[in-house]
Design a binder for this molecule. Structure first.
Ligand code: PCA
Length: 195
């Protein structure tokens, strides 16, 4: 069976939960022909990607799919691109607040996801969950993670992608989504990753 390393994040920005980790924990151990290995990442520039790369060294996953919270979005949004920029409106969980810095000085401007994001968004919609391709993962830790992984795995067989999800209902913010819907949507996205 193929191996999927799937990650969520710890809470940040004063929240007590992060819907990404809540959703990742609720997924079954096998989805769409993939065996899942789960990892909860720190919301810290550089550290999130380093944590994934350490695990990937021994696991050798076929796919790395990272999930993060995008407060304010109503839909599940597979990200098309990671850009070489760090710019934080709020400090990360280690107190770093970079302003307009490159992630990799001299590195390529951007990398496209190596997962079929359009197909994944369509698959999420097809199970009745709101979805849309996103063309910006922002400039905070989620983009940092996506860009760094796409750079690191660009000449390897390992494919890399990122999906932002809305607040979950337990956070009492709007717009919000039920965890069950997130799980249904993410499972559909994973099943659509081939091809
Ligand atoms: N969302 C943040 C970082 C962690 C998370 O869940 C982001 O969009 O960058």
């Amino acid at each position: 069976m193929k191996k999927l390393l799937i990650t969520g994040f710890e809470p940040f920005g004063g929240e007590s939960v992060n819907p990404s980790w809540e959703a990742v924990c609720r997924l079954p151990g096998e989805v769409g022909g993939y065996a899942l290995t789960r990892l909860c990442l720190p919301v810290v520039f550089g550290e999130a990607a380093a944590t994934v790369m350490r695990t990937a060294e021994t696991l050798c996953p076929d796919v790395i799919l990272c999930i993060g919270q995008a407060g304010g979005r109503a839909a599940i949004t597979p990200e098309l691109v990671g850009i070489n920029l760090r710019h934080a409106a709020i400090p990360d969980n280690a107190g770093n607040q970079p302003k307009d810095e490159p992630i990799i000085p001299g590195g390529d401007c951007a990398y496209f996801s190596t997962l079929p994001v359009r197909k994944m968004a369509e698959a999420i919609s097809a199970v009745g969950v709101q979805a849309q391709v996103s063309y910006s993962a922002g400039t905070y830790v989620c983009n940092d993670l996506l860009y760094t992984l796409l750079s690191h795995f660009r000449d390897s067989e390992t494919r890399v992608g990122f999906i932002h999800i809305p607040y979950c209902t337990a956070q009492n913010k709007t717009p919000a989504m039920e965890p069950e819907q997130m799980v249904r949507g993410l499972a559909a996205a994973i099943a659509a990753m081939e091809g």
